[in-house]
Design a protein around this ligand. Sequence first.
Ligand SMILES: [Zn+2]
Length: 306
Amino acid sequence: MVRLDAALAFSALGLGGVLAHPTIKHLDTIKHIDRRVCNLEERNPLVHKPLTSRATIPKATTWDPPASMVTGLDQQTMKENPDGLKDLNWITDQLMVNKGNINYCIRWANERKSTEAARAATVKALQRSWQKWFDVLVGYDGFPLTEVKINVNGYGVKDKSLLEGSTAGLNIYTDVDSDGVPNCDTRCYRGAHLDGDLSGCPGGEQNRYDIYLQLDKKLEGQFGGFGYNWGEELGPDYFLDNLETENIHILLHEIGHGFGLLDFYDWVPEGQTSFVMMAGSATEITEFDAWMLRDWWRKLKAVRGW
Ligand SMILES: [Zn+2]
């Protein structure tokens, strides 16, 4: 928590630079996808401040946001990419296809040692973080799932010796992508096989992964990350030093992008001051975040026929 508080305090001093903007990244298997840049240091310090109390998110069964959020929600709807609904790999899609069972691969793009304890804590941290988003959909507007289960079934690492202790039950990959970043076996990546045909995946369906977490030394010391429906990229120090933190808020923010939610670097929805998708303004998911996700659910549901 000290690190997080320090980051927010640093940001509040306004030491950041220009606003961050989405850029395009080309992956080996997925071309022309958005790579959203999230840097907590690059924001307007006058607008954002951390929450001082726990956010409460009342359960909802239908589209019925509080009056204070209606205008802000309409505004963010107008900014959404209208083609976003055509993307078939949002986290909501992943949840629906896999009935709540999500397999992660960890891309270990750093030179730290990975201990068995840290790997176990990583699964718990991912589970805890996903649960927070998932819970706002449970019981809402026909969302059929009640449980989400996060499983890590692989590590991509340059040198196997970085993985200490038993790696039983894990697929260990030593390939790298075109950028030289340790990669998992893309033949097992569901996002590259949206027709459901994973017959090319060695070991079959059990080795499928839906999403990845990349702990990249390039983000070392930075309170920012990248996120989209392929996964999250974070600094290894930020993530591994906060494994036990209740709200790993940059991770929560990046997962939000995986659901399709946007950044708010250059505008603020009317009446809103603190929510996790407005980077640096909140250290936890708030009710406004919840309603943005519920908005996405009702739209995806309509076009997917769920
Ligand atoms: Zn972001």
